[in-house]
Design a protein around this ligand. Sequence first.
Ligand code: SF4
Ligand code: SF4
Length: 405
Amino acid sequence: MQSRLPQEFLNTPAGQRANAALSNCVHCGFCNATCPTYLLLGNELDGPRGRIYLIKQLLEGESDGDRSRLHLDRCLTCRNCETTCPSGVRYGQLVDVAREHLDRVAPRPLWQRLRNALLVHGLGSPRLVSLVTTLGRLASPLLPAGMNRQLRRQPAPPPEPAPAGAGRVLLHDGCVQSAMSPEINQHAQRVLARLNTDCEGAAGCCGALAYHTGDPERARRQARANLGHWLPRIEHGDLRLVSTASGCGVFLKSYAELLEDDSTYREPARRFVAAVRDLSEAVLEADPARLPANGKGRVAFQSSCTLQHGMGLGGKVEGILEAAGYELVPVAEAHLCCGSAGSYSLLQPALAGQLRERKLRNLEQAGPERIATANIGCLMHLRSGTATPVQHWITLLDEASAADG
Ligand code: SF4
Ligand code: SF4
């Protein structure tokens, strides 16, 4: 697609990323077939091809901000369109550039900025999330069943010491997951210990929440602070940083692009990204074939968008769980987003609800005993819509590998 982006913008890394995506798009429309919002709304402007056209107009300075915002806000940033696109258009990078540009040239109404700031500060504070979770548990008789399922405390497994001389990794402890489901990292620690790997905690919000809620500068500050804390530990010990939430993992892996404009942090960010691993990568690198494989039962795996489209790791967890003994049931439309998408389920509840129902129908069609996923946001969102247990996949792997026989 030909575009006429201003030269000044083209001279920036963001302008170059946007220009590359626009030039690669040949307007074929293949991506519309797998776009969840296009499937639901049937409107060209709610599919990737139409959004790319809107973004081109926006970046050329020829667009009405409200129309662009309506359709860009409805986009889940699931990046399903990237997986489908035969021309390699990096839509995720393009929409990130467009949203930041839109907020500069046509700021959101004050009430939306306040709402987003509240979300970022509230969900980004593990203490506040813990407090609200505790209050919610106390008020459980008054709450709907779906919310109670989200708030229910999951049992914490006992710690498992790694053998002497084990290798080490940093285990990322993010904000929402550490407050709502701390047992996920405990399960990961136990499995990694069995794989001769010891875990050190690395606490800190990755910045994804702020970035996707209209505060990219706060996200960059969080990224710089994280680099300051983690990179010396990574480089001193030749360690990897492992993320158990695919939504955080994909954002941590984007630090090089996030800080590309920053001459001080650009290089450190690239070195950091090379050391980031999703939990499935860390488990596979540690040779899971040596684990006991006592998994039992039928499991439906929901491959989060950040895992399969964002990091290109589709099929990895399914393979790990099958090798651990579980029967993985077929799931139709496995490429489609469940509607969680970070803060999307809070900001676009009607569309998020429709996508959750569609996802759960597909997940439950073959009658699984459990649903497994790779991301805390998907886990909470799905739990609110079904009585079938929804767990992080590492919980299942811990169970299957706990002991022989
Ligand atoms: S599939 Fe790729 S090239 Fe075709 S319209 Fe979509 S983004 Fe453009
Ligand atoms: S990121 Fe997802 S919702 Fe957005 S245009 Fe692409 S496929 Fe559609």
